[in-house]
Design a protein around this ligand. Structure first.
Ligand SMILES: [Ca+2]
Length: 336
């Protein structure tokens, strides 16, 4: 009779879903930060079970395979329904997506319309609008993905979107409590560790990290778990509904259970527009020291589920189906 030793051997026995996924052994970690933006606090202890996670964000090539197989049409490629957006001007009711447009000079940072533009014809195939294309960008992260598009892709490929806790645990790469995914220094030895924004946002993009916009996946060093681009390049969807603070959570369990609730996730600053919002993680190529220092695992932002942009993509996970032996070990561990 085969005996099973609890611990890492169990992990190794699990079938590897595909070569581009990494096994992350579960554990308890300090989630959030009390040192940066208020929505990141309070720091609290969360337990996450083991799971597989994609090494890279989903690329244009991978998303194209999905679309070829299913004929899926993303939200940005469909005309918005007038009944969903009462009062919207007719020119807003055409297929479009949100694109970053770099202003030529310094602008008022309080008004994000100084750099965000709703561009008809922008979508994952045309990231900057109709005249742009993804030619030569097969290995770039797919962008202009709304939440339902992320869900549809995940369902087709047989994976899942992570909870915020799972995502943050993976992003930390074993460096519990560290400011960055790689330690305490943003650019150790002057080396860029992620695709972010250098210069004064949004008008001066020095691109000293080598990339003005998205970079192909895997161009920067991986974190401690062997995961690339957890920070920067594109924001990544999580399943959690947005909350303005972290809920207090006990250490046991819960990491795979989405937090927040739909009705509390609306933007209080736009009471007439009740679009629920999810948490996105990781920051993007637009995160800059003078505007949005969200190139950290603890950082989080609210993203309306119907809004796709040129700097939000996705990365998926797979939770293992527990075997009888795992159940036994898991329960034995809990009894300790
Ligand atoms: Ca950059």
């Amino acid at each position: 009779m085969q005996t099973v030793e609890c611990g890492k051997n169990i992990d190794a026995m699990l079938h590897i879903p595909d070569a581009d996924m990494v096994w992350v052994s579960g554990g308890t970690f300090s989630m959030g930060s009390d040192c940066h933006y208020p929505e990141e606090g309070p720091v609290h202890s969360v337990r996450v079970e083991s799971f597989w996670v994609d090494k890279y964000t989903v690329t244009n090539e991978q998303f194209a395979r999905f679309v070829d197989a299913t004929k899926y049409v993303t939200l940005a490629e469909r005309p918005p329904r007038a009944e969903d957006y009462p009062g919207a001007k007719p020119d807003m009711l055409q297929p479009a997506s949100v694109v970053f447009r770099q202003p030529a000079h310094r602008v008022d940072l309080r008004d994000h319309f100084n750099w965000w533009t709703y561009i008809p014809g922008a979508n994952w195939r045309h990231p900057e609008g109709r005249k742009s294309s993804i030619e030569g960008r097969a290995q770039h992260p797919v962008v202009h993905i709304a939440y339902e598009d992320a869900e549809a892709y995940a369902k087709w490929i047989g994976k899942e979107l992570p909870t915020e806790a799972e995502w943050e645990f993976a992003a930390r790469g074993g460096l519990d409590g560290a400011t960055y995914a790689w330690g305490e220094e943003f650019t150790p030895g002057s080396k860029h560790m992620a695709n972010t924004w250098q210069g004064e946002f949004p008008w001066q993009n020095l691109a000293t990290d080598g990339y003005e916009r998205t970079a192909p996946v895997g161009q920067f060093p991986p974190n401690g778990y062997g995961l690339f681009d957890m920070i920067g390049n594109v924001w990544e969807w999580s399943v959690d509904w947005y909350t303005t603070r972290h809920p207090a959570t006990k250490a046991c369990c819960g990491g795979a259970i989405p937090k927040g609730d739909r009705d509390s996730s609306y933007d209080p600053q736009t009471p007439d527009v009740r679009i629920p919002r999810k948490v996105i993680k990781g920051g993007s190529f637009l995160c800059a020291p003078n505007y949005c220092r969200r190139y950290r695992p603890a950082a989080r932002m609210a993203q309306p589920i119907d809004t796709s942009t040129c700097h939000v993509g996705l990365r998926l996970i797979r939770r293992p189906q527990p075997t009888a032996a795992q159940h036994s070990c898991h329960n034995a561990g809990r009894d300790k």
